[in-house]
Design a protein around this ligand. Sequence first.
Ligand code: ADP
Length: 440
Amino acid sequence: MNEGWQNELGKLALWLISGLILGAIFGYAVWGLAIGSLIYLGRLLYTLKRVVRWLSKGAVGAPPNVTGVAEHITSLVYQRQRRNRNRHRRLTEMVSSFRDSTASIPDGLVLMDDGRGITWFNNAAREYLGLKYPDDIGQRIDNLVRHPTFTDYILKADHKRTIEIYSPLSSAEYQELRVLPFGESQELLIVRDASLLHRLQKIRSDFVINASHELRTPLTVMRGYMEAVDGDSNIPKDLQYPLKQVSLQVTRMYHLVDDLLELANLESEDVRLHEKLVNVPSLIQSLMKEAKALSAENEHEFELKVDEGLALWADEKALFSAMSNLVFNAIHYTQAKGKIIVSWQRDDEQAYFSVEDNGPGIAKQHLSRLSERFYRVDVSRSRDSGGTGLGLSIVRHVALSHDGELEIDSELGHGSHFSCCFPEARIRQRNVVSDKSVVG
Ligand code: ADP
């Protein structure tokens, strides 16, 4: 039994025995016992009243000066209070050091619940996204950052990707955004300033555009002269071969400059796509005329699987360039009399332009790098075929700028399959009399 209780029982015994003895002296032992009990009870009630008053004031400050079981109770409460106060102080210190550290992080951080409602953000997020505390707590992030690329990104919840958009507060600044899963069902949005990187990319792209423009004019003049002297019988015999080589190299440089310019334009935000409803089946028809001329004596077998009613909201010139790069590659890399299947079809989710050949195929290790600039599997073969190494890069950029993607599937010795996929939002159905497949 602890000291408080012993003390309390001692007091009770003292009052009862004193009452009993005094009562017995006067011949009223029972009355003496009753009065002793009442006095003890009265003192106990008074002590409890003081304890209750102290408790009802939140048990702050020193406990009342009481003894016995009441002292035991007050000391238990006091110790617990002290422990709670210490815990609270430690928590407050932790929260404030967390606040200090998140405030010193230069990246914007926004914590979102499973419905994309904002639950917390740091100072940098305030500056990057213009968030206001406490007004924006609970608001959906896509209601505050209104940018189609961001809305699309956040809906897809693609945690592996980052996106770059103009700052919602200033079109002179550029930001990189990434959403990561956080805890059980939350998400963390990280915002970084990407203005410098973006400026450097723009300088590079502007340089390529300007240099290509400057190189184009002299190359056009040289090409013109080379065509004029081509096959001229007055040219001495020993000069004919070197001149032929010069002509080939000038043409190669001309195509290279053309492809560089096209790629830089596709990347540049200053050059806008001219989008309209494109009659893709008719575009394929024109393309196939060029393809057959290019194939010429190689006599490739072409098969077309075209949905005649399928149109696309797109930039016609860019689309034609992507399609022709895929078809011309198939012609360049597929052996004579090889088969090339050109399809324009749709499924429930997307439309795809694909080119399949039974050519040499490409080893798996090259596939992920094929659409990088100047990446070639066989450099000399590519050069011999007049390739610039930029074709698939252009195709990928055209697909991306139309919210689509380039899919490549190939196996060494078993041909290749390239597909440009476009999302459903861009697909339009045209009214045609029959929806047929044409074999060319
Ligand atoms: P290039 O101008 O060299 O053709 P591309 O970017 O169009 O450049 O293609 C990159 C590389 O991909 C080519 O060098 C070639 O090795 C390979 N390639 C492209 N299309 C095919 C194909 N249909 N069959 C086999 N290899 C291909």
